[in-house]
Each structure stands twice: as structure tokens, then as C-alpha cells.
Design a protein around this ligand. Sequence first.
Ligand SMILES: Cc1cc2nc3c(=O)[nH]c(=O)nc-3n(C[C@H](O)[C@H](O)[C@H](O)COP(=O)(O)O)c2cc1C
Length: 158
Amino acid sequence: MAKILVTYYSRSGNTRKMAEAIFAGAQIDGTVAELKKTKDTTIDDMFAADAIIMGSPTYFGVMAAECKQLIDESVKYFKKMKGKVGGAFTSSGMIGGGNETTIMSILEAWLIHGMVIPGVCTGNHYGPVAIGEPTEKDLEECREYGKLIAELAKKLHG
Ligand SMILES: Cc1cc2nc3c(=O)[nH]c(=O)nc-3n(C[C@H](O)[C@H](O)[C@H](O)COP(=O)(O)O)c2cc1C
């Protein structure tokens, strides 16, 4: 069974709503999905997962400190995370407020870990983005993204 971990930080609830939708979409046959706040996520949780999807609000165009802290701690497993599937999503205050750079800041860490990242050819190309409160369309995209990551994790690790 491929294991999918959705870990997120959210102060005012927007990223949390996206995380819940991604978690719902990741629940396909042959996978087990887990949803955790970053403060409750350990680096061992990350190591145990076959796919890690991290969500953060956009803070100054990059991920929030709490997410970066978890990633920094994951250096313990440097070179051992190779081949896991990685994904990222964000909520920002405005279009052009640095949401894509925030996603890339997370995906860069996954690449440095040697992880595999799927692109998205329909919808937001690097991972789900919502401006403020996610709309139903945003949440549907999040569910699709969860499914995309789960299907890849199942193919590679199921
Ligand atoms: C410290 C801080 C920095 C922020 N920086 C940005 C920013 O650079 N660009 C932007 O569009 N929104 C920025 N915002 C707005 C948040 O990204 C936005 O409100 C988001 O929806 C919050 O997500 P949450 O509800 O999951 O906490 C910032 C908010 C805070 C508190």
C-alpha cells in the first residue's frame, strides 16, 4: 500500500481547506493517506511516506517558516528520500503575490531530496494555488491533484 502524507501549515484556514481536499482526493484504492499539520509532522513521518504533499500559505513569496523548519530537519534523511513522490500547494493573498515561487520553494527541496514530482498539464501547472478562501473550483483542483499524486505513488511504490 503506497502511503501518502499531506502536511500543511495554515494560520487562517485557507491552506487547511485545500489540504483537506487534497487528502480526500488522495484516498484511492491501494493507497493510505494521512493528513497532518506541520507542527504534528515528524521527519520520521516524512521518511515513512511514499509521497509527501506539503501546503503552505505564501509568506513573502516563499513557504512559511514552520514548513521550512520541517524540511530543514529532513536533512537527517538526505539521500534516503530518493524516489518518493513530492507535491506542493499554496494559498496566497493575491494573484502575482508569489504563489508559484512558494510552490517552487517546496518543490526545490523535494528535488534536492531526489524525489519525483509530477507536473500538471490541466489546471495550475506546478501544484494547486488559491487566492484567499478557496472556491469550489479550487477545491476540485485540489482533489484532482491528490488523486494524481496518489496514482503516481501507487505506480512507483504500490
Ligand atoms: C507574514 C505574512 C506574509 C504574507 N505574504 C504574502 C505574500 O508575499 N503574497 C501574498 O499574496 N500573500 C501574502 N500573505 C497572505 C497569505 O498568503 C494569505 O492570507 C493566505 O490565504 C493565508 O493562508 P492561511 O489561511 O492558510 O493561513 C501573507 C500573510 C502573512 C501573515
